[in-house]
Design a protein around this ligand. Structure first.
Ligand SMILES: *Cc1c(COP(=O)(O)O)cnc(C)c1O
Length: 219
């Protein structure tokens, strides 16, 4: 199947209110351009340097989302152009994003990554830590940051009941945080294997890679 056909299939299953991030990590620009030609304008990458290289070489009306773990010392490489950073999990990181955004006279949109999986390996903060952060004075001083919602990664498992529980937990965390910050609008959850379930549980933004671009080859 072609990338444009895959994209059409995925899009046809999404309600209009759900945003599709086409996760293009490891894929060549020619593959991304195929999706671009089919109308896709939002791409997700998990390595900052790879994303910056693609940004430099691709049309400028693309919105670039950083979906991977962010190292503070690399924020400067994407501050000029990144549209949304999904994986924000500390005040320290927010301060660095704020500082780099200020240099470019920008306000950068961020999602707080909430730890929803039971596995230890996943990044993210607890719901309590997120609400403390949003209420802290240091946070309100960050004028170049716009927190627009939350993001979560479910446990890597075939047990869909487990995944459903974690998605519902993220949605309820979002509802609680929205009481603190009423302009929150985004719940980023769901990937190729579980985006339909994620939407049932309240996702407003799905991150779909292999169902559009095919399997990734990491060698
Ligand atoms: C790679 C990745 C995805 C996409 O995964 P697929 O299973 O290929 O759809 C989504 N979210 C994050 C954070 C990822 O790293």
């Amino acid at each position: 199947m072609s990338i444009s056909k895959n994209l059409e299939n995925v899009k046809s299953a999404l309600p209009e209110s759900v945003t599709l991030v086409a996760v293009s990590k490891t894929k060549p620009i020619s593959d991304l351009m195929e999706a671009y030609s089919a109308g896709q304008r939002i791409f997700g990458e998990n390595k900052i340097q790879e994303m910056a290289e693609k940004w430099e070489n691709m049309p400028k009306d693309i919105q670039w989302h950083m979906i991977g773990h962010v190292q503070r010392n690399k924020v400067k490489y994407m501050a000029e152009f990144v549209d949304l950073i999904h994986g924000v999990d500390s005040l320290k990181l927010l301060k660095e994003i704020n500082k780099q955004a200020q240099k470019h006279n920008r306000v950068i949109n961020c999602l707080l990554q909430i730890k929803i999986a039971e596995e230890d390996s996943k990044f993210g903060i607890s719901a309590d830590e997120a609400s403390t952060l949003l209420q802290s004075e240091s946070f309100t001083e960050l004028k170049h940051i716009n927190i627009t919602g939350v993001m979560g990664m479910a446990t890597f498992t075939d047990d869909m009941k487990q995944v459903e529980k974690e998605f519902k937990f993220l949605k309820s965390t979002f509802d609680i945080l929205k009481n603190l910050l009423s302009n929150l609008s985004t719940v980023s959850m769901g990937m190729s294997g579980d985006y339909l379930l994620a939407i049932e549980c309240g996702s407003t933004m799905v991150r779909v890679g292999s169902s559009i671009f095919g399997k990734r080859n990491y060698t």
